[in-house]
Design a protein around this ligand. Structure first.
Ligand SMILES: [Mn+2]
Length: 333
């Protein structure tokens, strides 16, 4: 029985009152989360970035980057669905991170994600730097049969370094550790949007040997996004569920300047939304993380808005997929 606490008054606007994701109910214990389909949680840490910090402020900015009033209500014009009407969505608050102690913060994030999946809800994790992928994906995978979840990582960087300058745990290493430590089979990791000047050949050799598949941004431009997504779904064949790891720097800096390691030549926001929708409509969702939103480097909140809308897109597609209905755009004939 869900006992989540309502946080808004009936006509309270978006900019007023408590800051849960779109004012969904607050659920701070496992008993309160029980019965929810989806639980949103924050991982507000940026101790492991290699360049510009600020992603610790990401969860709050992503949660509040919306308009509207009163109880959460959204109508996805292309899918014809209201995710808040179809799914029981709660906000489980933030992990109890410890500023300056990234390892303890990782432990807190892993514990909260474990609590969410233990309560039977799909975790939606708002980062935070990308190092959180290690604890939060590990906690999610632990609730599924080994190798049954495919992770699709949207990112300009592979994040597969053994270490960066001798530092073993950073936002440049989580996917290397997930694979090398046996949590995620290499052939259950698919990367989309890589570009720029990293990873180096040694890391690409490792990825090839581990069975990791990747699709550079150049391939997305050359073959087209839909063709690449078709390939991604073929590569995911045999998996029971999908985990989406969205590093907002997969977007071009023109669309997402507020991030720690921006990289030119990336996706438009529309392309990311379309890709997320396509994948979630095709496969059950095991979890989602949206990371590396750094509000101090943002302009007019556009990066936080893109991250927020990525979450909303995934929720909408998951709602429609679970309903078994076809999209219903309700256009005039
Ligand atoms: Mn990343």
């Amino acid at each position: 029985m869900m006992r989540a606490v309502r946080v808004n008054r009936a006509t309270e606007p978006a900019y007023a009152g408590a800051g849960t994701f779109e004012k969904v109910p607050l659920a701070l214990s496992r008993d309160d989360i029980a019965g929810a389909d989806v639980a949103i949680l924050g991982a507000p840490m940026d101790d492991m970035v290699s360049n510009r910090p600020g992603a610790r402020f990401g969860p709050r900015a992503i949660r509040c980057a919306y308009e509207g009033e009163g109880d959460p209500r959204r109508w996805h014009l292309d899918l014809g669905v209201d995710p808040f009407a179809e799914l029981r969505i709660v906000d489980a608050g933030d992990a109890e991170v410890v500023p300056g102690d990234a390892i303890r913060s990782h432990g807190a994030i892993e514990a909260l994600v474990a609590e969410v999946v233990g309560a039977g809800a799909v975790p939606v994790v708002l980062g935070g730097d990308h190092s959180i992928a290690l604890p939060d994906i590990r906690a999610t995978l632990a609730a599924h049969r080994h190798g049954s979840v495919v992770v699709v990582q949207f990112d300009s960087h592979a994040d597969t370094a053994t270490d960066i300058g001798g530092v073993t745990h950073s936002h440049g290493s989580p996917f290397r550790h997930l694979v090398d430590r046996g949590h995620l089979p290499g052939d259950r990791l698919i990367q989309v949007g890589l570009r720029g000047y990293w990873p180096f050949p040694a890391e690409l050799d490792w990825a090839r040997g581990a069975g990791v598949r990747w699709h550079r941004m150049e391939e997305v431009r050359r073959r087209g996004l839909d063709a690449v997504l078709t390939t991604v779904l073929e590569e995911a064949d045999g998996a029971d569920a999908l985990y989406l790891s969205v590093d907002v720097d997969v977007l071009d800096p023109a669309f997402a300047p507020g991030t720690g390691t921006p990289c030119s030549g990336g996706m438009t926001t529309y392309e990311l939304l379309h890709a997320l929708r396509t994948l979630v409509l095709a496969m059950p969702l095991a979890g989602l993380e949206v990371v590396e939103v750094s509000p101090p480097y943002d302009h007019a909140g556009i990066t936080a808005l893109a991250a927020h809308d990525a979450v909303l897109e995934v929720l909408s597609a998951e709602a429609l997929r679970r309903s078994g209905r076809d999209p219903d755009p309700q256009d005039p004939d």
